[in-house]
Write a protein that binds this ligand. Structure first.
Ligand code: ZN
Length: 187
């Protein structure tokens, strides 16, 4: 189980990385978390061994490299201004909402359920819209929904893993928030 520290949270905000791209890789081997992170569109892994620098950072990319020592080749910086789908998904069992971005939403829905993301395996994407700068839209939509942000821990195989990016709100509110952010960027 891995929790973000305050300096880590500040690093993520500074680099405009939404929590939906942070994956708790506790207990997974490199090959395993690399594949899952690719499927789920995750950029940052936590819960791994610290880097070898004096600061002993624990934010890694999907290859296990420290992103705090080397920020210049981070994937999110490349994707921040790309176009793709922003989506809002809901798990009825959990009663929670997930907002994320994907190139292929059907594939993402499958991956979320296949992995059992957040402890749910009934994720359904209720809304998806193609937009430019989807990384930016996602980040701002997350900021807008922060008052509804909830933290969940769940068992994945033998590890208790953390999920910091789910929202306890109506799917309509999530959709409204996304639409509002998109419209702000169209002007
Ligand atoms: Zn480092």
């Amino acid at each position: 189980m891995a929790k973000l520290t305050l300096p880590q949270a500040c690093f993520l905000i500074h680099h405009k990385i939404p929590l939906s791209q942070v994956f708790d890789a506790t207990g997974l081997k490199k090959k395993e978390y690399r594949e899952v992170m690719k499927d789920l569109g995750m950029v940052i892994a936590i819960g791994l061994n610290p880097c070898t620098s004096r600061e002993r950072h624990t934010l890694k990319d999907k290859y296990g490299h420290c992103v705090q020592c080397k920020t210049n080749n981070l994937a999110f910086q490349k994707r921040f201004n790309e176009s793709g789908f922003i989506y809002a998904a809901k798990s009825e069992n959990l009663g929670l909402i997930k907002i994320g971005t994907a190139k292929d939403t059907a594939q993402r829905e499958y991956s979320l359920n296949n992995f059992g993301y957040g402890g749910g395996s009934d994720w359904k994407i209720h809304f998806a819209k193609q937009c430019n700068k989807y990384g930016r839209i996602e980040f701002e939509a997350h900021q807008g929904l922060m008052p509804h942000n909830v933290h969940r821990s769940y068992w994945k195989q033998d590890s208790l893993v953390d999920c910091n990016e789910l929202f306890d709100c109506k799917v309509e509110l999530a959709i409204q928030t996304i639409e509002k952010v998109i419209s702000q960027h169209q002007n």
